[in-house]
Design a protein around this ligand. Structure first.
Ligand code: GDP
Ligand code: MG
Length: 510
């Protein structure tokens, strides 16, 4: 490196550097003679420490701001969407800023395409060109949303971003490379002339480089990750049916299905939370509904199950979104075929399963639940409704004569409480549900137990999850309607065009 430098140039550099160096040497001597050198050194150290500390704080603040601007996955997404998001995150974290220069817009479009493709491939694994499945209006919608968010994040989280130009970022980067080369020569020269000074300034340079390092490289990396994440986010939203071309809350109006179920629906009705009550014949499904309402709304009977078909009841209660509770014939009845069960469950936001605690044969129930789970697993773009199990008839457990609620089931004392706790555990195991989702109840007239505090508390606990299921269900209904509506409008427009075509052809060209 040194022998590439003209000796005369080196001489010029030395001559230029000599006066300030002499000043430093004379100053040191002066301090030394006055015994003030130590004070000066202490002052130097203190101000260096303060400066470094301040720089460190600033840098931390900038890093935190950037970290806060990271795009998070949407908690309302389906399990499949969550899996695709992990792919997008992986793509974003693998990006090397050097491969994606900011001044190359073609490269940046390439990055956008790569992200869209990553998502598209997961949703259309059979297509060899999955991106071709995306319509033009939808692609524009993704880019529009992603750009809008990105602009907001940048203005809110990057200091001085309103004055920052892409050119500034690039200039900073180029300047750093040139400056580093020139600086190297200067440092080597100085090490020869004044080793001690060189050592001190080397240490300072290390500190200083850490302080300014965040500026371009990190910002560049952040920007690339933000682009991938934003585009990925909206692509997932779109493919999972959450980003319709129309704006507005999809749950604001009832779906066609619920409109029919609400029958005497009031005009301002939103989509209700649909609670499906399932279980074997005589499990206590109808009794459970009566207990939830606190009065008789549906006939409960010991003889054959009289429920024919799905019967909706409108349930309103403090703290609960307006709900439809749907009574069903037993899952062991001829009416409730697997087909009908699957259709009913696809329209449900929460499933309430009634399981009689005094009947230990639960194979029928398990088979029915397993069929339901298999149907749900086959629809990963849908959020499965939360499942609660009501262990009914606990009053009939041994000793059958004893009935003196309340019972402490956490630390059961006495045979009744022990048997209730054991039945709850057996139901959880037999039906393969977490024990925390099984609640023991009694529903016989005059013996209603643990409905208001136990069952209702659990229902309200699950409300949040049920609302997420409702949202995806409504979006799907809206998308179905939207597809038809769009096609209809396009066809009408085409018809108009065809009708006008003869005249247009006849008209003289402008
Ligand atoms: N002892 C007792 N009887 C119950 C309980 N739950 C329901 N029953 C009775 O069991 C019978 C069947 O109940 P029902 O609600 O019609 O069952 P469904 O066929 O599932 O709708 C009715 O006679 C109810 O009174 C309970 O927790 N304890
Ligand atoms: Mg019934």
């Amino acid at each position: 490196m040194l022998n590439r430098i003209d000796p005369l140039r080196l001489l010029a550099l030395t001559l230029l550097a000599l006066p300030p160096l002499a000043l430093a040497a004379l100053g040191t001597l002066w301090l030394w003679e006055r015994d003030a050198l130590l004070y000066w050194l202490a002052g130097l150290l203190a101000s260096a420490a303060a400066g470094y500390g301040l720089q460190y704080l600033l840098q931390r603040r900038e890093r935190r701001l950037l970290a806060e601007a990271a795009t998070e996955p949407n908690p309302d997404w389906s399990p499949r969407a969550e899996a695709v998001w992990r792919d997008v995150e992986a793509l974003a974290s693998e990006l090397e800023p050097a491969d994606w220069p900011l001044d190359d817009s073609a490269r940046l479009m390439e990055l956008a395409r790569l992200t869209l493709e990553q998502v598209a491939r997961r949703y259309h694994p059979q297509a060899d060109q999955p991106l071709f499945q995306l319509t033009v209006p939808h692609t524009l919608l993704i880019l529009e949303r992603a750009s809008r968010d990105l602009r907001r994040d940048i203005t809110e989280h990057i200091p001085f971003s309103h004055r920052l130009r892409i050119g500034d970022l690039l200039r900073l980067q180029r300047w750093k490379v040139t400056a580093d080369q020139a600086f190297l020569v200067y440092r080597m020269g100085r090490a020869v002339i004044n080793p001690l000074d060189a050592l001190a300034s080397e240490a300072w340079r290390n500190l200083r480089d850490q302080g300014t390092g965040i500026a371009q490289a990190e910002l560049h990396g952040w920007l690339l990750r933000a682009i991938v994440r934003k585009i990925g986010y909206y692509a997932i939203d779109l493919y999972s049916g959450r980003l319709p071309l129309a704006e507005g809350d999809p749950t604001a109006a009832p779906t066609p299905r619920s409109r029919a179920d609400l029958a005497q629906g009031a005009p301002g009705d939103a989509e209700p939370l649909r609670i499906l009550v399932l279980g074997r014949t005589n499990a206590g499904k109808s009794s459970l509904i009566n207990a939830l309402f606190g009065r008789l709304v549906t006939p409960a009977d010991t003889l054959a199950d009289t429920t024919r078909g799905l019967i909706p009841y409108r349930l309103e209660r403090e703290g609960l979104t307006q709900a439809l509770v749907i009574d069903t014939p037993g899952c062991d009845s001829a009416w409730l075929t697997e087909e009908r069960l699957r259709a009913a469950a696809a329209d449900a936001d929460l499933i309430l399963w009634a399981s009689p605690a005094h009947r230990p044969d639960r194979q029928v129930e398990r088979a029915c639940l397993d069929a339901l789970r298999a149907a749900q697993a086959a629809r990963p773009e849908h959020r499965p409704p939360p499942l609660l199990v009501a262990a009914t008839h606990v009053d009939l457990l041994r000793p059958a004569r004893e009935w003196q609620p309340p019972y402490d089931l956490r630390e059961p004392s006495g045979p009744k409480a022990t048997n209730i706790a054991a039945a709850v555990a057996a139901i959880a195991a037999d039906l393969a549900v977490p024990i925390a989702q099984v609640v023991p109840v009694a529903l016989a007239e005059g013996r209603v137990y643990n409905v208001d505090d136990g069952l209702w508390a659990m229902l309200l606990d699950q409300q949040e999850a049920a609302l997420r299921t409702r949202l995806l269900r409504c979006l799907e209904a809206r998308r179905r309607a939207e597809d038809w509506d769009l096609l209809r409008r396009q066809l009408i427009a085409t018809g108009r065009l065809l009708k006008a075509l003869p005249q247009r052809l006849k008209a003289p060209r402008a």
